[in-house]
Design a binder for this molecule. Structure first.
Ligand SMILES: [Fe+2]
Length: 430
C-alpha cells in the first residue's frame, strides 16, 4: 500500500514516516520519501505565473509485506530535529487481496470529477457542479468499496496549483481509506510543444507535473502515465490517452504486454481504461466528427481488446454515461442487454465521464451499439463475487441509486474459447 501526503517540511527539516500495523497489534515505522518541484518544472502560464504556489513537499511511504485482506491502522508522522514527533490522526485501510485470490471485490470507476466549494462560493462558471455529490455518495458507501479509479481530469486546477490541495482535501475521506488510482487526462497533461499527443493548453501549463507528483501510480515512469495494476481477481490496464497509443508506439507495446500477461484463470476480470474515448461514444462532439471515438482511437487498439478478450473498457473526457453492447469493429457481437454468459465475444465499452464537470450532450440519434445513455452525473461500481460472477452498476451521483446494470457469468473455458480474430493457433499434428 502506498501512502502519500503533503507538508511544509523539507528533508533537512524533518524525517517523514508512517507508523502502522494490523489493527490492534504492534505498530511499526516505515520511512517516507520526499519530492517537490519548482516553478522552473512547470511549462507555462498560469501554472508558472499567477497560478503558481509553492507546492510544499510531497511525501510517499511504501508499506510492504502486508497480509491480504486485513484491516490496518496508520498515522503520518514527522520526526523533528529536536527528537520530538508530530503525528496525524489515526487512519485505517484494508489491504488488497493477493492477485488471483477470491473474495468480495468492489471497484469504483469514473472520470472528470474536479472539485467544488461546500460554502457555495463557486469558481467562475461553476465548472464541476456534480463533484461534491459524487464524492459524498462514495463516502457514504465507503464500507462497500475496495478501490477507486479516477480516470483523468482529476482536479481541473488548470494551472492554479492551490486547487490541487482543495481537491485532495475533498477526496481525503476516500483516498485515506481505499486505493485512489488515477489516470492522466488533458487537464493534467496537455500543453503545446511538450510531448503531449494533443497540442492543447488544457493543463494550464502544468504539463503533467502536478498529477505525476501528487498522486503515486505504479507506472515505470510517471511522466508516461500508463500502468498495470492488480486487485484480486481484476487486472487493470490503465492507458495514458495524452501520449501516443497507436500501433508501434511505446505505449501500445505496454498495453499489449499488460493484456497478455494476465492469467485469466486466476484473474478473469480484465479491464482497460483511458481518459479519452478510444472506443465508442455517441457524445455530440464525437458524433460530429463522424467517428464516434477519439480520432485514431480504436483502429489499432481493437485488435488487442479482441485478441486478449478484454471484458470492459472505460473512458471519461465526455461528461455523460453511455454503455455499448459487446462490440468489435463497430458491430454488436451479442444481442443480450442485461446478462452475459459464456464466451467473451467482444468488449463492452463504457463512458463514465460524469464525475462532476459540466455535462456534455449526446448526438440526436443513438447508434445501434449504444444500449444506455444518461445525461447526468454518476459513476460505475463493479462487484466481483468470485471467478465466475461479476455485477456492473451505474449509479447517479444525486441519489446513489442504480440506473443501469448488467451481470456476467462465465467460467475459465469460456475465456479460452475461440472467437472471431481472437483464436489461438492450433496444429493438426497429434
Ligand atoms: Fe478530458
Amino acid at each position: 500500500m502506498t501512502i502519500t501526503w503533503t507538508s511544509g517540511y523539507n528533508i533537512n527539516e524533518s524525517t517523514p514516516l508512517v507508523k502502522w500495523g494490523p489493527k490492534g497489534k504492534k505498530l511499526v515505522q516505515s520511512p517516507a520519501v520526499t519530492l517537490t518541484f519548482g516553478r522552473y518544472s512547470v511549462c507555462g502560464s498560469p501554472a508558472s505565473t499567477v497560478g503558481w504556489r509553492d507546492p510544499g513537499f510531497i511525501h510517499t511511504s511504501f508499506l510492504k509485506n502486508l497480509w491480504p485482506n486485513l484491516k490496518y491502522t496508520y498515522r503520518l508522522g514527522h520526526l523533528l530535529p529536536d527528537g520530538s514527533y508530530i503525528w496525524s490522526k489515526l487512519y485505517s485501510f484494508k489491504s488488497s487481496p493477493y492477485p488471483g485470490q477470491s473474495s468480495l471485490q468492489r471497484v469504483i470507476m469514473f472520470g472528470d470529477m474536479g472539485k467544488a466549494e461546500r460554502d457555495g462560493s463557486n469558481e467562475y462558471s461553476n465548472y464541476q457542479p456534480g463533484s461534491l455529490n459524487t464524492t459524498d455518495q462514495l463516502v457514504k458507501d465507503l464500507e462497500n468499496i475496495d478501490i477507486v479509479f479516477h480516470i483523468g481530469d482529476i482536479t481541473y486546477a488548470n494551472g492554479y496549483l492551490s486547487q490541487w490541495d482543495q481537491f485532495t482535501a475533498q477526496v481525503e475521506p476516500i483516498a485515506s481509506r481505499v486505493p485512489y488510482m488515477t489516470a492522466s487526462g488533458n487537464h493534467e497533461r496537455d500543453w503545446p510543444n511538450t510531448g503531449s499527443f494533443y497540442d492543447t493548453m488544457d493543463s494550464g501549463g502544468e504539463c503533467g507535473v502536478l498529477a505525476q507528483t501528487m498522486f503515486y501510480v505504479p507506472a515505470e515512469n510517471r511522466a508516461k502515465f500508463w500502468y498495470a495494476t492488480d486487485y484480486g481477481m481484476f487486472r487493470f490496464c490503465i492507458a495514458d490517452s495524452e501520449h501516443d497509443f497507436r500501433e508501434g508506439s511505446e505505449q501500445y507495446k505496454f498495453i499489449e504486454h499488460c493484456l497478455a500477461t494476465v492469467d485469466r484463470q486466476k484473474q478473469p476480470w480484465l479491464i482497460f481504461a483511458a481518459h479519452r474515448v478510444l472506443g465508442y461514444s455517441s457524445d455530440y462532439f464525437y458524433a460530429q466528427k463522424g467517428s464516434f471515438e477519439e480520432p485514431m482511437g480504436r483502429e489499432s487498439l481493437q485488435k488487442l481488446w479482441q485478441k486478449y478478450k478484454v471484458d470492459i473498457a472505460f473512458y471519461g473526457h465526455v461528461h455523460n454515461y453511455e454503455r455499448s453492447c459487446p462490440i468489435y469493429q463497430s458491430q454488436c457481437v451479442n444481442s443480450e442487454r442485461s446478462h452475459y454468459s459464456g464466451t467473451v465475444e467482444g468488449t463492452i465499452h463504457v463512458v463514465v465521464g460524469g464525475g462532476g464537470s459540466h455535462l456534455s450532450k449526446f448526438s440526436d440519434v443513438a447508434p445501434t451499439w449504444s444500449l444506455y445513455r444518461d445525461y447526468d452525473y454518476g459513476f460505475v461500481k463493479l462487484t466481483a463475487f468470485d471467478h465466475s460472477s461479476l455485477l456492473f452498476e451505474y449509479k447517479k451521483s444525486s441519489d446513489g441509486k442504480v440506473y443501469d446494470s448488467f451481470t456476467i457469468s462465465r467460467d475459465y473455458k469460456d475465456v479460452l474459447a475461440c472467437v472471431h480474430d481472437g483464436c489461438e493457433p492450433t496444429t493438426s499434428a497429434n
